[in-house]
Ligand binder design. Structure first.
Ligand SMILES: *Cc1c(COP(=O)(O)O)cnc(C)c1O
Length: 432
């Protein structure tokens, strides 16, 4: 299995090369050359298979022999070593909880898988490998935790001072070891600018082997398919394909779900649930792609104005909008409706949604108004404790901090403070 660039201007590469380079040299996203067909017994026996076995069988065709089976099995076992429960909320809606990983957000799976693949692929490199990431919050924590202790890889995370939540800051700064946090006296855009400039800096590249842990990397994108298999494993009414609702920002997660369905996983209609950042919902209505500057919302991990993975979804449906619309709808949910949904679901059922899950929940409720027989699940992508103000405002209840996070909260913050200045950043990297 090889990967081609969706910009069609770069040679095909192996999974290993795609995972190391992230983006193709023509700036396109990599896409698998063929859509593998599932082995029929995987679906037939899914209820009896352990999660690691399912994950191994799903991802193996995509790795195209670049990882020996025993190595790949170890990697997926470490990637999915926490629960993924499908929790019934009402008779017709369940919540697939993807927040039981170390940083309480679904990005843990992609980050853990990618870090271990890179650790394996780069172990014979002569140069030191440095992963550079700019983060506005969630990604940095998942990457820090995912790469923590991975041999041969150092991680440098840039985050904007005072603009991440206290929990997020601890996740970036309290690990230490091979993870270094740079607290930039500026905005997220400043952090991103410094990282982008470093990637093109010959001096730095001569000294360090730089790579990014960007969400468009195939090694972060493809393992997200696992969620949909784990949900199907737990779906009781196998005779009725579940409607799948995914809170979407950059559209990587939902694209992985649509890919899983394309390989033969029996899922029903997909709904992309967006916040006020409604580029995709408008595109499905008007066929006009109008990227915009992101606007800030309560579901901030979905504040994306130009969703980069959507080109992969179009490719999956042969660039045919009508075909796409048969399988996918997209809606935009306001902050007011997000809060109202957290509140009403809590009072009717006792279930606590986070703002991202609430966007999905409302989208599925709206869909069910037109399809009252439909049953389905939402992907609950973050633990409500990560958004305590919004959740408390909606429910009036305090949320307990899960045990693992409590330990992290007691560890000291370690960060290097730096102005948003390229020379300062460069001299730091060159002195390492
Ligand atoms: C990143 C993120 C999303 C959006 O996922 P995409 O793959 O970018 O669409 C949704 N919820 C949470 C909590 C996230 O961190």
């Amino acid at each position: 299995m090889n990967y081609y660039s969706l910009n069609q201007g770069a040679p095909k590469v192996s999974f290993k090369e795609a995972a190391i380079s992230g983006q193709a040299p023509d700036k396109g996203l990599y896409f698998p050359e063929t859509i593998p067909a599932l082995e029929p017994d995987l679906i037939r026996d899914i209820e009896t298979l352990p999660e690691a076995e399912i994950a191994f069988r799903v991802i193996r065709p995509y790795t195209g022999g670049t990882l020996p089976d025993d190595v790949l099995f170890d990697i997926v076992s470490q990637t999915v070593n926490f629960p993924f429960p499908l929790v019934p909320v009402t008779d017709s809606i369940a919540s697939l909880e993807l927040f039981h990983g170390p940083t309480l957000a679904f990005k843990d799976v992609g980050a853990r898988f990618m870090s271990r693949c890179l650790g394996y692929f780069l172990k014979d490199q002569q140069k030191e490998v440095t992963v550079l990431v700019a983060t506005s919050g969630d990604t940095g924590g998942a990457v820090a935790s995912g790469f923590y202790g991975v041999e041969g890889v150092k991680v440098v995370i840039l985050y904007p001072r005072g603009r991440v939540s206290p929990v997020q800051e601890k996740q970036l700064t309290a690990l230490g070891n091979n993870i270094t946090a740079l607290e930039i006296e500026g905005s997220f855009d400043d952090c991103q600018r410094l990282v982008k400039q470093a990637f093109t800096d010959e001096g730095i590249n001569a000294k360090h082997f730089l790579t990014s842990a960007n969400s468009i990397n195939v090694a972060r994108w493809l393992p997200q398919q696992f969620y949909y298999f784990f949900a199907y494993k737990q779906w009781r009414e196998k005779s009725m394909a579940p409607v799948v609702t995914v809170p979407s920002g950059n559209f990587g997660n939902i694209c992985a779900g649509l890919l899983a369905k394309a390989t033969g996983l029996p899922l029903g209609h997909f709904i992309a649930a967006c916040n006020a950042n409604d580029v995709v919902p408008s595109f499905l209505q008007t066929a006009d792609w109008q990227p915009r500057k992101a606007v800030a919302t309560l579901s901030n991990a979905m504040d994306v104005g130009d969703p980069s993975n959507f080109v992969r979804i179009m490719e999956l449906f042969d660039q045919q909008l009508l075909k796409l619309k048969d399988n996918l709808s997209a809606v935009s949910i306001s902050d007011a409706d997000t809060i109202a949904t957290i509140s009403s679901v809590f009072s009717k059922t006792g279930y606590t949604l986070d703002p991202h899950g609430a966007v999905a929940y409302r989208a599925l409720e709206n869909y069910r108004e037109g399809h009252p027989q439909a049953k389905g699940f939402i992907l609950e992508t973050a633990h409500p404790v990560k958004f305590p103000e919004a959740v408390k405002a909606a429910t009036g209840a305090d949320i307990d901090i899960p045990g693992a996070l409590g330990g992290l909260m007691r560890r000291p913050k370690q960060a290097i403070t730096m102005p948003p200045d390229y020379e300062a950043f460069k001299s730091y990297l060159m002195s390492r």
